[in-house]
Design a protein around this ligand. Structure first.
Ligand code: APR
Ligand code: ZN
Length: 233
Protein backbone atom coordinates (compact mmCIF):
# COMPACT_ATOMS: atom_id res chain seq x y z
CA UNK A 1 0.00 0.00 0.00
CA UNK A 2 1.41 3.39 -0.91
CA UNK A 3 1.66 6.45 1.25
CA UNK A 4 0.73 10.07 0.81
CA UNK A 5 3.27 12.88 0.97
CA UNK A 6 1.84 16.39 0.94
CA UNK A 7 4.04 19.41 0.26
CA UNK A 8 2.54 22.77 1.10
CA UNK A 9 3.21 26.49 1.15
CA UNK A 10 1.49 29.70 2.16
CA UNK A 11 -1.44 29.08 -0.19
CA UNK A 12 -2.59 26.27 2.14
CA UNK A 13 -3.20 28.85 4.88
CA UNK A 14 -4.44 31.67 2.62
CA UNK A 15 -8.12 30.86 3.17
CA UNK A 16 -7.57 30.91 6.91
CA UNK A 17 -6.71 34.59 6.47
CA UNK A 18 -2.89 34.44 6.50
CA UNK A 19 -1.20 36.33 3.66
CA UNK A 20 0.96 34.47 1.21
CA UNK A 21 4.37 35.89 0.32
CA UNK A 22 4.33 36.54 -3.41
CA UNK A 23 0.71 36.87 -4.42
CA UNK A 24 -0.86 40.28 -4.94
CA UNK A 25 -0.67 42.05 -1.56
CA UNK A 26 1.63 39.32 -0.26
CA UNK A 27 3.91 39.70 2.77
CA UNK A 28 6.98 40.46 0.64
CA UNK A 29 5.14 43.33 -1.01
CA UNK A 30 4.71 44.96 2.45
CA UNK A 31 7.98 44.02 4.14
CA UNK A 32 11.48 43.69 2.71
CA UNK A 33 12.48 40.06 3.24
CA UNK A 34 16.07 41.23 3.10
CA UNK A 35 15.53 43.34 6.23
CA UNK A 36 13.25 41.12 8.35
CA UNK A 37 14.19 37.58 7.30
CA UNK A 38 17.92 37.78 6.60
CA UNK A 39 20.39 35.84 8.75
CA UNK A 40 23.10 38.44 8.10
CA UNK A 41 21.02 41.43 9.19
CA UNK A 42 18.72 40.22 11.96
CA UNK A 43 20.89 41.47 14.83
CA UNK A 44 21.24 44.93 13.24
CA UNK A 45 17.44 44.98 12.65
CA UNK A 46 16.65 43.23 15.95
CA UNK A 47 13.56 45.33 16.88
CA UNK A 48 12.15 45.37 13.30
CA UNK A 49 12.58 41.59 12.96
CA UNK A 50 10.71 40.92 16.20
CA UNK A 51 8.02 43.49 15.31
CA UNK A 52 7.48 41.60 12.02
CA UNK A 53 7.28 38.17 13.65
CA UNK A 54 5.32 39.41 16.68
CA UNK A 55 2.62 40.80 14.35
CA UNK A 56 2.36 37.50 12.45
CA UNK A 57 2.44 35.40 15.64
CA UNK A 58 -0.35 37.42 17.28
CA UNK A 59 -2.37 37.26 14.04
CA UNK A 60 -2.07 33.46 14.19
CA UNK A 61 -4.16 33.55 17.35
CA UNK A 62 -7.02 35.17 15.42
CA UNK A 63 -7.27 32.60 12.58
CA UNK A 64 -8.21 28.92 12.36
CA UNK A 65 -7.40 25.85 10.28
CA UNK A 66 -9.43 25.78 7.04
CA UNK A 67 -11.08 22.84 5.26
CA UNK A 68 -7.86 21.87 3.48
CA UNK A 69 -5.94 21.68 6.78
CA UNK A 70 -8.74 19.45 8.09
CA UNK A 71 -8.58 17.35 4.93
CA UNK A 72 -4.85 16.85 5.55
CA UNK A 73 -5.80 15.49 8.99
CA UNK A 74 -8.42 13.24 7.34
CA UNK A 75 -5.71 11.87 5.00
CA UNK A 76 -3.55 11.13 8.04
CA UNK A 77 -6.45 9.19 9.61
CA UNK A 78 -6.98 7.11 6.47
CA UNK A 79 -3.53 6.49 5.05
CA UNK A 80 0.19 6.41 5.87
CA UNK A 81 0.75 10.15 5.44
CA UNK A 82 3.54 12.70 5.87
CA UNK A 83 2.92 16.45 5.66
CA UNK A 84 5.98 18.44 4.59
CA UNK A 85 5.35 22.16 4.82
CA UNK A 86 7.23 25.41 4.26
CA UNK A 87 4.66 27.11 6.48
CA UNK A 88 5.74 28.26 9.91
CA UNK A 89 2.17 28.60 11.19
CA UNK A 90 0.61 26.09 13.62
CA UNK A 91 -2.57 25.44 11.61
CA UNK A 92 -1.78 21.84 10.62
CA UNK A 93 -1.07 21.01 14.28
CA UNK A 94 -4.28 22.75 15.34
CA UNK A 95 -6.17 20.73 12.71
CA UNK A 96 -4.90 17.64 14.56
CA UNK A 97 -2.11 16.60 12.19
CA UNK A 98 0.74 14.72 13.88
CA UNK A 99 3.08 13.76 11.02
CA UNK A 100 4.22 17.26 10.10
CA UNK A 101 7.72 18.24 8.93
CA UNK A 102 8.08 22.04 9.14
CA UNK A 103 11.20 22.69 7.07
CA UNK A 104 11.23 26.49 7.60
CA UNK A 105 10.64 26.35 11.37
CA UNK A 106 7.80 27.43 13.64
CA UNK A 107 6.66 31.00 14.26
CA UNK A 108 5.12 30.10 17.65
CA UNK A 109 8.61 29.60 19.10
CA UNK A 110 11.77 31.64 19.65
CA UNK A 111 15.23 30.37 20.64
CA UNK A 112 18.50 31.59 22.08
CA UNK A 113 21.16 31.67 19.37
CA UNK A 114 23.91 31.45 22.02
CA UNK A 115 22.85 28.33 23.95
CA UNK A 116 20.07 26.91 21.77
CA UNK A 117 17.35 27.08 24.44
CA UNK A 118 13.90 27.03 22.73
CA UNK A 119 10.91 28.92 24.14
CA UNK A 120 7.29 28.28 23.14
CA UNK A 121 5.41 31.60 22.77
CA UNK A 122 2.20 30.33 21.24
CA UNK A 123 0.46 33.44 19.89
CA UNK A 124 2.19 35.91 22.25
CA UNK A 125 4.63 38.67 21.45
CA UNK A 126 8.31 38.31 22.29
CA UNK A 127 8.99 41.24 24.63
CA UNK A 128 12.80 41.37 24.46
CA UNK A 129 13.57 39.40 27.61
CA UNK A 130 17.07 37.80 27.76
CA UNK A 131 17.64 34.05 27.63
CA UNK A 132 16.62 32.52 30.95
CA UNK A 133 19.39 29.95 30.68
CA UNK A 134 22.47 31.95 29.60
CA UNK A 135 21.38 35.58 29.80
CA UNK A 136 22.06 36.32 26.11
CA UNK A 137 19.90 39.00 24.45
CA UNK A 138 20.14 37.28 21.05
CA UNK A 139 16.77 35.60 21.02
CA UNK A 140 15.64 34.77 17.45
CA UNK A 141 12.34 33.62 15.94
CA UNK A 142 12.46 29.82 15.46
CA UNK A 143 12.18 30.34 11.70
CA UNK A 144 14.76 29.71 8.96
CA UNK A 145 15.90 33.05 7.58
CA UNK A 146 17.19 33.64 4.07
CA UNK A 147 20.90 32.79 4.03
CA UNK A 148 20.51 30.43 6.99
CA UNK A 149 21.09 26.68 6.65
CA UNK A 150 17.88 24.65 6.80
CA UNK A 151 18.74 21.31 8.47
CA UNK A 152 15.32 19.78 7.69
CA UNK A 153 15.92 20.08 3.95
CA UNK A 154 17.89 16.84 4.37
CA UNK A 155 14.68 15.14 5.54
CA UNK A 156 12.80 16.65 2.59
CA UNK A 157 15.32 15.28 0.09
CA UNK A 158 15.26 11.84 1.76
CA UNK A 159 11.47 11.71 1.69
CA UNK A 160 11.34 12.73 -1.99
CA UNK A 161 14.10 10.26 -2.87
CA UNK A 162 12.10 7.44 -1.26
CA UNK A 163 8.90 8.07 -3.28
CA UNK A 164 7.58 4.92 -4.97
CA UNK A 165 5.06 4.09 -7.70
CA UNK A 166 2.25 3.36 -5.21
CA UNK A 167 2.77 6.70 -3.42
CA UNK A 168 0.93 9.96 -4.02
CA UNK A 169 2.47 13.46 -3.88
CA UNK A 170 -0.06 16.23 -3.19
CA UNK A 171 1.37 19.76 -3.62
CA UNK A 172 -0.83 22.57 -2.29
CA UNK A 173 -0.32 26.32 -2.26
CA UNK A 174 3.29 26.91 -3.11
CA UNK A 175 4.81 29.01 -5.90
CA UNK A 176 7.95 26.90 -6.09
CA UNK A 177 9.96 30.12 -5.75
CA UNK A 178 12.12 28.74 -2.93
CA UNK A 179 11.77 24.98 -3.26
CA UNK A 180 11.37 23.70 -6.81
CA UNK A 181 9.16 20.79 -5.84
CA UNK A 182 8.21 20.21 -9.50
CA UNK A 183 11.74 19.37 -10.63
CA UNK A 184 12.43 17.48 -7.38
CA UNK A 185 9.53 15.10 -8.04
CA UNK A 186 9.51 15.16 -11.88
CA UNK A 187 11.19 11.77 -12.33
CA UNK A 188 9.43 10.06 -9.42
CA UNK A 189 6.91 7.34 -10.40
CA UNK A 190 4.30 8.44 -7.81
CA UNK A 191 0.96 10.00 -8.75
CA UNK A 192 1.57 13.78 -8.59
CA UNK A 193 -1.24 16.24 -7.91
CA UNK A 194 -0.87 20.05 -7.84
CA UNK A 195 -3.31 22.60 -6.44
CA UNK A 196 -2.46 26.30 -6.67
CA UNK A 197 -4.61 29.38 -7.10
CA UNK A 198 -3.24 29.96 -10.57
CA UNK A 199 -0.27 29.23 -12.80
CA UNK A 200 3.06 30.30 -11.31
CA UNK A 201 6.15 31.23 -13.28
CA UNK A 202 8.33 29.16 -10.91
CA UNK A 203 6.13 26.05 -11.00
CA UNK A 204 6.42 23.72 -14.00
CA UNK A 205 2.95 22.18 -13.77
CA UNK A 206 3.64 19.84 -16.72
CA UNK A 207 5.33 17.35 -14.34
CA UNK A 208 2.05 16.77 -12.46
CA UNK A 209 -0.49 14.11 -13.43
CA UNK A 210 -3.38 16.29 -12.27
CA UNK A 211 -3.44 20.08 -11.85
CA UNK A 212 -6.22 21.97 -10.06
CA UNK A 213 -6.09 25.77 -10.26
CA UNK A 214 -8.38 27.49 -7.79
CA UNK A 215 -8.84 27.92 -4.06
CA UNK A 216 -7.67 24.84 -2.14
CA UNK A 217 -10.89 24.45 -0.14
CA UNK A 218 -12.90 24.23 -3.40
CA UNK A 219 -10.75 21.41 -4.84
CA UNK A 220 -10.92 18.91 -1.95
CA UNK A 221 -13.60 16.64 -3.43
CA UNK A 222 -11.88 16.33 -6.82
CA UNK A 223 -8.52 15.65 -5.16
CA UNK A 224 -10.08 13.14 -2.76
CA UNK A 225 -11.69 11.21 -5.63
CA UNK A 226 -8.28 10.79 -7.24
CA UNK A 227 -6.70 9.66 -3.98
CA UNK A 228 -9.45 7.15 -3.14
CA UNK A 229 -9.20 5.77 -6.68
CA UNK A 230 -5.47 5.31 -6.49
CA UNK A 231 -5.43 3.98 -2.92
CA UNK A 232 -8.39 1.69 -3.50
CA UNK A 233 -10.35 3.12 -0.54
N1 APR B 1 -5.51 27.90 -2.57
C1 APR B 1 -4.47 27.28 -3.20
N2 APR B 1 -3.32 27.90 -3.54
C2 APR B 1 -3.23 29.22 -3.23
C3 APR B 1 -4.27 29.94 -2.59
C4 APR B 1 -5.44 29.22 -2.26
N3 APR B 1 -6.49 29.80 -1.64
N4 APR B 1 -3.87 31.25 -2.46
C5 APR B 1 -2.62 31.33 -2.99
N5 APR B 1 -2.25 30.12 -3.46
C6 APR B 1 -0.97 29.75 -4.09
C7 APR B 1 -0.48 30.76 -5.12
O1 APR B 1 -0.95 30.38 -6.41
C8 APR B 1 1.04 30.58 -4.99
O2 APR B 1 1.47 29.57 -5.90
O3 APR B 1 -0.02 29.74 -3.05
C9 APR B 1 1.26 30.07 -3.58
C10 APR B 1 1.89 31.09 -2.66
O4 APR B 1 3.22 31.26 -3.09
P1 APR B 1 4.22 32.08 -2.17
O5 APR B 1 3.55 33.33 -1.69
O6 APR B 1 5.53 32.18 -2.90
O7 APR B 1 4.39 31.17 -0.85
P2 APR B 1 5.35 29.91 -0.69
O8 APR B 1 5.43 29.11 -1.94
O9 APR B 1 4.91 29.23 0.54
O10 APR B 1 6.79 30.59 -0.40
C11 APR B 1 7.84 29.68 -0.13
O11 APR B 1 9.24 31.54 0.51
O12 APR B 1 9.52 33.53 1.62
C12 APR B 1 9.73 32.19 1.68
O13 APR B 1 9.99 31.04 3.68
C13 APR B 1 9.02 31.61 2.86
O14 APR B 1 8.11 29.40 3.07
C14 APR B 1 8.10 30.56 2.25
C15 APR B 1 8.76 30.27 0.90
ZN1 ZN C 1 20.81 31.12 26.04
Amino acid sequence: MGRIVTFSGAGLSAESGLNTFRDKGGIWTKYDANEVCNINKWKKNFELVHEFYNKRRVQLGTVNPNAMHKYFKDLEDRYDTLHITQNVDDLLHRAGCKNVLQIHGQIDKVYCTECGEVYRLGHEEYTFWPCKKCGSKWIKPYVIFFGESAPKYKNLWQEIASLKKDDIVLVVGTSGAVIDIASMTARKPSLKILNNLEEDKYMDDSVFDYVFYGKATTKIDEIDRLIRDKMGH
